[in-house]
Design a protein around this ligand. Sequence first.
Ligand code: FES
Length: 572
Amino acid sequence: MSDFPSRSQDFFNADGISGLTHRAFTTSMGFDSDDMARPLIGICNTFSELNHCNSHLRTISEAVKRGVWQAGGFPLEFPTISLGEIHLSPTSMLCRNLAAMDTEEMIRGNPIDGVVLLTNCDKTTPAALMGAASADLPAIMVSGGPMLSGHYRGEILGACTDCRRYTVEYQAGTISAETYREVEANLVRSAGHCMVMGTASTMNSLMEALGMALPGNGAIPAADSRRIRLAQAAGRQIVQLVAREIRPSQILTAEAFDNAITLLNAVGGSTNAIVHLPAIAGRAGVDLPLSRFDEISRRSPLIANMRPSGEYQMEDLFYAGGIPAVLKQLLPLLHGDALTVTGRTLAENVADAEASNSDVIRSLDDPLAGEGGLSILRGNLAPDGAVIKHAAASPALCQHRGPALVFKDIHDLKARVDDPALEVTPDHVLVLQNGGPIGGPGMPEIGNLPIPQKLLKQGVRDMVRISDARMSGTSYGTIVLHVAPEAAIGGPLALVRDGDEIELNVAERRLQLHVSEAELAERRAAWSAPPPAYQRGYGQLYLRSVNQAPLGCDFDFLRGRDPAGAVWQPKF
Ligand code: FES
């Protein structure tokens, strides 16, 4: 092994009382000087029983440790906060930057030489990589993997696409309470993250395209023993990365982000990636404007047939060859020479991959769609951009003009949307204000506004919906999201009133509010900001510092990199 960076050796071999305490307290855990002579690998674990998706990460961690020992390293595990979509309120997104700060400071502050980051649920993966990119020590991402597919009376169930679909049918009165309960009992079969191509599947797959995870990270099911072996291999590999001093800054280049966006489109991935990738890029010092997403979407075919826009789930994708097979198909469109955590290029990583089921993974010659499924919209309603996943939208609504029906916030929406007296038709455009980073607060996943019950009962299942909020990657419909600037800071979305004509034209990437400039100026002069959601604590820090969606909702003071140097050692 070459001379590895000496953060840990500086720590353990320090003079005087510093070295004495460092060694003595480590010895108290049963380790000896042979262990302390090895490169120290941190295992950053987001295990939590309040986060189902990450609840099996202790097992993954044990496998990583085995790999680190095998390769001559010294593994020590440490926790960081874990953000679960199901249990955490008001929204896990509010805490993503907190988790990123926690991760960065634990990497920077501890005497480790490299780190393996164990993540799974939606926000845990981008948060960990944001922190690791800023600290810039050698790092590998290892996710916990997707759940097994649910099965119910011959039907495949996916979380949480089918949670939503069956809820809509239950509300419309087309299924019984008993069926609804049976779906609940058969939906989630194992540990792991949601198994459609939602946000967790998307982000954990993109780690392969970014070069920050070993091949297989995206799709190996949580319950499959190959997930354990991948974790063990990652433990071995991080020791090699430390020896070769390969850092995230050498991997997270502009080309790596292009590769990730190409994969995002090819698998019909989550709109949330259009928030998380700019945030990660901001940490890595890579300029990643929304326009880059649109450029790459237009030239990236959809080749993976994945729910919610397609038919299959992560388990099927794994059996069909997984993300390496998708990347192999995409190679002509990728920067194949991009460096990855294997120490090899992306093209070398996938050279032996094969797509074994063309229903699940198509070739470039026979794609499901010639373009990607994500578009960036602009217009006077979204001067800084908005996002639509048109792959999961109703084609007939992708060009639509209709009157606005405005809800001023989530509370107003909840209070009125199912009111039988609500004046609404299928042609209406539902508008939700104050669901953005500041207004939400935390840009919650409320952008998939429910279809009013009176229309559900008439058989309506989709409408144009517009907000500055996000939506779950497991959602579907003609839903315009991430409108920027957001309503709570006076963006044009705040000025929309009932009856205003709104035009959506996805082909032309246009989102237009047909109200005169003079009228808008009058409304702007009369507008006042909603009261702040927080007066103290982390919430207040968030409101003061959060960037808008096009910059990934990172804190303004966290963008960029500040590589961890030698561990600071006070002299006693
Ligand atoms: Fe964690 Fe869906 S709840 S990924």
